[in-house]
Design a protein around this ligand. Structure first.
Ligand code: GDP
Length: 435
């Protein structure tokens, strides 16, 4: 996401370098280059104009403090403007109770996103959630939501009859609304915005009286997505947008323009097909990613759970292969080393390195399979893993003996770090990653 824009902006800003002063000439040429890269990223023209004007205002007559260089001054100004243009993050707790009507065109990821949101509320915020499908036009859509709900232990509303209309189903679901904190309604999409879809949405809004009307838009659509959001907002008064497919090579322009052009706040972004690939929209986090300052809030959130799990299983300062198993399970859960490294500052420059086999996303899975092919005794006493045992383990998990050897080497390295840190009673996931 944003990788092209990010590369261009950073190379423009780096060119400014450590020169002693930020002259009017430098400011003008930098702003012109930023203007072009924003247009290339498909950012809407009025946004580009306003963005560059504000940046210019901010940088004109800017005093360079001793502690920061002109490069850092421009970087900070661009970052602040991005945050301002992306809007505020207002996912307050009131949003975590009530009824949500999910809207959008067909194929934008509405059904998947309904399930992702339900899963987020249920697991992260411990709310009782009900999923309701109002897409009576495509039985497969109802089935799709039902399967997603069942697979993730989320309640699904199926107390309706084959001929029921979306309005009938919505009315029936309201009779059990007291049992739930949140009800999420997935509506029927169309290929294009049309009057019948808007009429249906308006009727559903009247019957359900939702607290939130969220429009799901495909991040790969570029400017069309923003224009569509504006039409929906004019017709229904949306309360927020959700951008999907932000894992693709979306240029990012639509996200940067949404608040300004559609006058609608982005609430969530989705970054993949998995149920957990959704995150609350945070302008600071996005601006940090664009400018490759790392996603520190995201990183902290992810490493917190890793710390607890790896420590929990580390009984009496003993780090064995069972502890490593717990550590690997957590690592996989939070997206692997790959996922973590992408959030670190300056990783943009090392993107190519992340694709090297050493950082393969498959490694934790492979290592876990190896540990699981061992006996309990072996996991607790890795020193007993002689050559014949290693051969048996490799065979048991369809790996090579070299893979088993590599795992044991990694384990020994990890153990050294752990025992050193445990002696100080201070260990963090970051320490493990730095090993
Ligand atoms: P709907 O017609 O709007 O309900 O769309 P679906 O929920 O059925 O999604 C259409 C396709 O997009 C499915 O294959 C989803 O797995 C996929 N999809 C949804 N969200 C994302 C996302 O954030 N990233 C990626 N890569 N695929 C997504």
């Amino acid at each position: 996401m944003f990788s092209n824009l990010s590369d261009k902006l950073l190379s423009i800003i780096r060119k400014i370098g450590r020169r002693g002063i930020l002259t009017e000439g430098i400011v003008n040429s930098t702003i012109e280059e930023i203007r072009i890269s924003l247009l290339d990223a498909d950012v809407a023209l009025p946004v580009v104009k306003d963005f560059t004007a504000k940046l210019k205002e901010k940088l004109a007559g800017q005093k360079i403090l001793n502690s920061i260089t002109p490069e850092q001054t421009v970087l900070k100004a661009v970052y602040d403007e991005f945050v301002a243009f992306l809007g505020r993050s207002d996912n307050d707790s009131s949003f975590r109770r009530g009824k949500i009507l999910m809207l959008g065109l067909q194929g934008t990821g509405k059904t998947t996103t309904s399930a992702k949101l339900a899963n987020l509320f249920q697991n992260k915020f411990k709310r009782k959630v009900l999923l309701v499908s109002l897409d009576t036009y495509r039985p497969a859509a109802i089935e799709q939501l039902k399967v997603l709900a069942n697979n993730n232990s989320i309640d699904f509303f199926d107390d309706f009859l084959p001929g029921d209309t979306p309005i009938d189903i919505a009315k029936k679901s309201l009779s059990i609304q007291d049992k739930y904190d949140i009800i999420i309604y997935d509506t029927a999409g169309r290929l294009h915005i049309d009057e019948s879809m808007m009429d249906e949405v308006i009727s559903l809004k009247r019957v359900i009286q939702p607290n939130e009307l969220l429009l799901v838009v495909d991040g790969m659509m570029g400017q069309d997505a923003v224009n569509m959001a504006r039409s929906f907002n004019d017709a229904t008064k949306l309360t927020g947008l959700i951008f999907t497919r932000m894992d693709g090579d979306s240029k990012g322009g639509a996200v940067l323009s949404a608040k300004y052009v559609a006058n609608c706040q982005i609430k969530y972004i989705c970054t993949g097909e998995k149920i957990s690939d959704i995150e609350e929209f945070d302008p600071k986090r996005i601006a940090s990613r664009i400018l490759d300052r790392g996603d520190m809030p995201g990183l902290m959130e992810k490493t917190r759970s890793l710390d607890q799990a790896s420590l929990q299983k580390t009984v009496d300062n003993k780090f064995d292969l069972e502890s490593m198993e717990a550590y690997l399970e957590q690592l996989i859960k939070i997206g692997g080393l790959h996922g973590l490294m992408k959030l670190m500052p300056g990783m943009g420059k090392l993107k190519a390195q992340l694709d090297r086999p050493a950082f393969s996303e498959k490694i934790p899975f492979r290592q876990l399979a190896i540990i699981r092919a061992m006996t309990k005794e072996e996991r607790r006493n890795p020193q007993m893993l002689n050559a014949s045992r290693r051969r048996r383990i490799a065979k048991g998990c369809a790996q090579e003996v070299v893979d088993v050897n590599r795992l044991i080497k990694d384990f020994e390295m990890l153990k050294r770090v752990m025992s050193k840190k445990l002696a100080n009673k201070k260990v963090s996931a970051m320490d493990l990653l730095r090993r």
